[in-house]
Structure formats: structure tokens, C-alpha cells
Design a protein around this ligand. Sequence first.
Ligand code: AQP
Length: 338
Amino acid sequence: MTDTTFTPRVFSGIKPSGGLTLGNYLGAIKRFVGMQGQMETVYCVVDLHAITVWQDPKELANMTREVAAGYLAAGLDPSSSILFNQSQVAGHAELGWIFNCVARVGWMDRMTQFKDKAGANAEKVSLGLYAYPSLMAADILLYHATHVPVGDDQKQHVELTRDIAAKFNHDFKTDFFPITEPVIEGPATRIMNLRDGTKKMSKSGESDMERINMTDDADKIAKKFKKAKTDPEPLPETVEGLADRPEARNLVEIYAALDETTPEAVIAQYPGAGWGTFKPALADLAVAKLSPISDEMARFMDDPAEIDRILGAGSEKARAIAEPILRKTYDIVGILRS
Ligand code: AQP
């Protein structure tokens, strides 16, 4: 056994599989930016994950830039965090293959996100979609990341990462990989679909009306919240009254996350309010918080060469951390390199 201590390091990523949503912002980006400066932070645009489902080759590079623009516009500072796109650091795919040989088929069969995404079509989806959590483990462990901020939907994948690290360490009698901690906290760990409060808000959901996009203008945001599904009851007097009301709870949690407060404080501010009062207030708050970010995103997107430069420089810094970890992994596995 080697005595290894791990530098505290954050890793997380977002797929460029569509435009960023309010769920990505509140559940991920805003929290990523909040961890900047507290420890070393490595943030990625995970383009190899995006291609597990069909992506138009004419759009993919631009979607990758748009996610990078979202990070930057929300306050990610490339001089204090490493920002890059996954495919520019080949070690992700290399370590992903080694982890495909560590992870067990039975573990992958339990991944609920695969079941949700593949649905009745499981025979026809790509092998990449099935293996994606093992590549995600590689993304994290290639940097020996100790902390992974994610939304609630990714909890099972971070647990799988821990299982892969533990099995690798056990099989090769080492303690080379850390047992990473998921960081899932705050009022916005699972923002729900505006038309169905039992489903997660997703980039790739069927209807544009079910999500707020980071690039939506004020009119669109107001219209989407106005049309958001709710039950007929007004807001309750206390937060316990939201228990069996998924759509109402979702709108209150969105308000709380945008306003950096708690659902309790939101209910205390709007006790018994009707939707005709609460929805416009929520729309105004969302516009006030999101429009400076979407303006900034547009400014970054006007200069794609600058985004490419930032991602290229970030990739170099990422490779400097990843390469020794990958080399050592090959040595542990016993792979010949001349
Ligand atoms: N609705 C959400 N609420 C809170 N957090 C969310 N995240 C995604 N949706 C929500 C968090 O955003 C990060 C990046 O996710 P991703 O883009 O890599 O993958 P995803 O979770 O599969 O996101 P989508 O929007 O649902 O993408 P598609 O539709 O393409 O599959 C993660 O930390 C995630 O938890």
C-alpha cells in the first residue's frame, strides 16, 4: 500500500447537449462558481458525454462554446479555475477504458438515468450511453478530485465513481484513487420541468415550454412561468403545505434559489398568495438574475476565438494534472509503455 494524501480538489462538468437551462444554472454552474477560491477547481464541458446521443456535427462545437460562455458569464474566472473541454484531454477516454474493465455490468444495469433515457428503446441506444457513468468516473478520478458538486440526478453516478475507485484500489492493492464526496446541497438540487413537476427540467426535454433556457429573454421567461403547471390552490401558510404539491414546491424552490434564501423564507414572504401574484414576482426575479448573465453570454459568444483560447489554455493546465495520474495508473495496471 502507498500512503497517499489527496489535495482537496473540485471537479464537475456539463454536457453540451443543448442550451443551458435554469436547472443547469442553479443546480450546477452557480454552485461551481461559489466553490471557486475555496479549493482548487476544475470545470469541464463534457463533449464526449454529449455524443452518447446524436449531436449535429455542425452544432457541437458551438454548443461547447455556449456552455463555456455560460460558465464564464456566471462568474467562472479562468485564472482561478481550470476551464476546458473534455475531448482536448485524451486521458479522459484512456482512463474511461480502464474503468470499463473495472466496473461490473451488474452495477451499470442499476443506473436509473440510463433506464430513464433509454426507456423502451434500450436495444437501440448507443453503447456509449450505457458506459457513460464509467467515463464520468474517469473524468473525476483523472484529477484525483475529492469533491464533486452535482445536482441530485447525478448522485448515483458519483456513488458509482466511489465504487469504481474502491474496486480499483482493492484489486490492485493500492490506495491510489480517492473516494470522492458528492456535494449536493442548497434549495436547487433538482429543478423540475415546468409542465410536469414529477420530471426533471432538462436541456433535451421535448417542449421548450417545460424549461427556462439561460438565453431566454424577459418575455419568454414571463410567458413560461405564467403557463407553468400548478394546482388550483394558493401558496400555503407554511412550507409543510408544499409536501404533496410538486409543481408549487418547484416554483417556490426556484424562487428561493434565485433569491439565495430558503423555501421557508419565500413562504413567509408570500403566505397564502395566489398564482396571479406569485408567478409574476417569480418571473421578475428570474429576469433580474438571469438577464445580466445572458447578456454576458452573448458578449462571449460574439468572440468565439477567445472562448477557444480559454478552453485551449485550460486543457493544457488540465493535462498537467492528468498526465502523471494516468501514467501511474498504467504502471499500477502493469501496461507496458516504451
Ligand atoms: N433540473 C436540474 N436541477 C438541478 N441540477 C440539474 N442539473 C441538470 N439538470 C438539473 C445538473 O447540471 C449538471 C450538468 O448536467 P449535464 O448537462 O451534464 O447532464 P444532465 O444532468 O443529463 O442534464 P440535462 O439538462 O438533463 O441534459 P440532457 O437533457 O441532455 O440529458 C449536473 O451537475 C446536473 O446534476
